[in-house]
Design a protein around this ligand. Structure first.
Ligand code: ATP
Length: 116
């Protein structure tokens, strides 16, 4: 196993996480995640509820990062308007939205019975 190559791969992956933070949507996801985690601490969640919450946060953030990667490649290969570029960007953004909506619903299903 090439240990130096492995370390380099991790360094690039961490740089990718740092780069993604410059996106406005990513900042919104991070702020939402911090609010959800704080609400979890104040409300008191079971182990399985924490598991679901952390999984949702990780998937939303990962999906947003894949969306950013797709947007970046589309900008590279199609800087001018093209209907296929539009389709790729809109479908990728839609994928994030689907999971974000599902996450809000699941979050409310976890928190609302504890609050009321
Ligand atoms: N090259 C293109 N060809 C066709 N439509 C495009 C193209 N680039 C962007 N669009 C359309 O404009 C919308 C906004 O794209 P834009 O890249 O400005 O913002 P975005 O996709 O929200 O990314 P960012 O987070 O960088 O603002 C896209 O969702 C898509 O509908």
């Amino acid at each position: 196993m090439d240990f130096r190559k492995l370390v380099r791969s991790f360094r690039y992956a961490f740089y990718g996480m740092y780069t993604a933070l410059s996106e406005q949507n990513m900042r919104i996801h991070i702020i939402s995640a911090v609010i959800a985690i704080a609400a979890g601490f104040f409300t008191g969640l079971s182990n399985s509820e924490w598991l679901v919450l952390i999984l949702l946060i990780a998937i939303v953030i990962s999906t947003e990062m894949v969306n950013t990667a797709i947007e970046t490649v589309v900008n590279l290969v199609s800087p001018d308007f093209h209907p296929l570029a539009k389709k790729a960007k809109d479908v990728a953004a839609g994928a994030v939205l689907v999971f974000a909506i599902a996450s809000v619903i699941i979050g409310l299903l976890i928190f609302i019975p504890k609050w009321f």
